[in-house]
Design a protein around this ligand. Structure first.
Ligand code: SF4
Length: 337
C-alpha cells in the first residue's frame, strides 16, 4: 500500500489525483483542446454485425455537440469547433481533432487513413484523438496508428464502460472485458497513448464491482481514464426501461458518484492521468438524473471529497505500475502551404 501522497514523483501538482490537464500542460507546453468530429462512421452494435439497437445507454446525439449534427464536412466541423473553443478557452495552445461519435476505427484501413488525413491537414490541428470500441482494433489499424504516432500526436480512446461481464451483457455491449484487456495490451505494445472510457452506474454495477474493475484496470498499461456518470438519454433502450420501471436503474446522486470515483481512484496507479470526471448531456435529451450542476465544478468537488476522506489516487494500489511509460511527443506538423 502507498502511504504517502506521490505528489512529486508523479506531478500531482497539488491535487490528490493525477489530472490529465496538468500533465498535458507539462508534456505539451500548454492546453491542447479537443475539437469533436462526427466523421460519419457507424458501429458494429448498430449496423447489424452485432446488433441494430446499440448499447442500451447510447444515443450519440446526447453525447456530441449540436454543431456536429448540422455540418457533415470534417473541415467545417473543425473550423466551427475551433471558433467556439477559442472564445471559451482563449489561452489554448493548440487543437486536437477528436473523432468522437460512434466507432472511429470501424472501416477499412484506406478509408480510415483518408478520413484522418483530412483532419490532420487542417493547419490548426496538432494531432488526433480516436474514440472506438475495443473490438474494432485489428492489428493492421493499430500498426498504422503506431506509425502515425511517430509523426503526429495520436491518442486512442477505448470504450471500456464496465469491467464486469454481467454489466456488459446487460447493456448489450457486444463484447466482454477480455476483449478490452486484449485491445489495450496490443495497442500499448505498439507504444500508443491509451485512454479508457468508463461509465459508472450501469444496471447491475455495484460498488464492489467498480472496485474489482479498478483493480483489473490497475494491471493494464493504460495512460489515462475518463469517468462518466450514467445519464439516461432520450431515445435509448435504457430510457424505455427507466420509464417502465424506474426502480430497475441505479441512478447515482453526485455524492455517491464522487465516492464511487474515489473508490476506484484509490486502487489505480498514480501514473494514470484522469482526463474527465463527468459529462453533461443537453437538457432537451436528458431524462434523468438532473443534478443541476455544471461539469467544471467536478474537480473542486472531487478534491474536497478526497480531502474529507483523507485519501488520494493510488492509496490502495499495490504492485508494479504498468502505466509508467514515456510518451514521446511527435514533432509539430509542417506549416500550411
Ligand atoms: S455506445 Fe458506442 S458501441 Fe455502443 S451503440 Fe453507441 S456508438 Fe455503438
Amino acid at each position: 500500500m502507498n502511504d504517502a501522497l506521490p505528489e512529486y514523483r508523479y506531478g500531482f501538482s497539488g491535487h490528490r489525483y493525477h489530472a490529465y490537464n496538468d500533465w498535458a500542460r507539462r508534456e505539451y507546453g500548454g492546453r491542447l483542446q479537443k475539437v469533436s468530429i462526427d466523421a460519419g462512421f457507424t458501429c458494429p452494435n448498430r449496423d447489424g454485425l452485432l446488433g441494430v439497437g446499440g448499447c442500451t445507454f447510447c444515443n450519440n446525439e446526447g453525447f456530441s455537440p449540436s454543431y456536429l449534427r448540422e455540418q457533415r464536412d470534417i473541415l467545417t466541423q473543425i473550423d466551427t469547433g475551433i471558433e467556439f473553443m477559442a472564445r471559451r478557452y482563449p489561452r489554448t495552445k493548440g487543437y486536437l481533432a477528436y473523432f468522437q461519435s460512434y466507432s472511429n476505427t470501424y472501416d477499412d484501413l484506406d478509408a480510415l487513413k483518408r478520413t484522418y488525413d483530412i483532419a490532420l491537414a487542417h493547419p490548426k490541428i496538432e494531432g488526433i484523438v480516436i474514440g472506438t470500441r475495443p473490438d474494432c482494433l485489428p492489428d493492421e489499424t493499430l500498426d498504422y496508428l503506431a506509425e502515425l504516432s511517430t509523426r503526429r500526436l495520436v491518442e486512442l480512446e477505448i470504450g471500456i464502460e464496465s469491467c464486469n461481464d454481467e454489466v456488459l451483457r446487460e447493456c448489450l455491449r457486444g463484447h466482454d472485458f477480455a476483449c478490452t484487456r486484449d485491445a489495450i495490451g496490443r495497442a500499448a505494445g505498439r507504444g500508443l497513448f491509451i485512454t479508457g472510457h468508463l461509465l459508472l452506474g450501469l444496471p447491475l454495477e455495484t460498488r464492489d464491482s467498480l472496485i474489482d474493475g479498478a483493480r483489473a484496470l490497475a494491471g493494464l498499461p493504460l495512460d489515462a481514464l475518463k469517468f462518466h456518470q450514467l445519464q439516461i438519454v432520450r431515445g435509448t433502450r435504457l430510457a424505455n426501461q427507466y420509464r417502465a420501471n424506474p426502480e430497475s436503474v441505479w441512478l447515482l446522486d453526485p455524492e455517491t458518484y464522487l465516492d464511487a470515483v474515489i473508490d476506484m481512484l484509490e486502487h489505480l496507479p498514480p501514473s494514470i492521468k484522469i482526463q474527465r470526471l463527468g459529462s453533461e448531456v443537453p437538457p432537451n435529451v436528458l431524462v434523468s438524473p438532473d443534478w443541476g450542476m455544471r461539469l467544471h465544478k467536478f474537480p473542486a468537488l472531487l478534491e474536497a471529497r478526497l480531502q474529507a476522506r483523507e485519501t488520494w489516487q493510488g492509496r490502495l494500489f499495490a504492485g508494479g505500475d504498468p502505466s509508467r511509460r514515456k510518451i514521446v511527443r511527435p514533432p509539430p506538423p509542417p506549416p500550411a502551404a
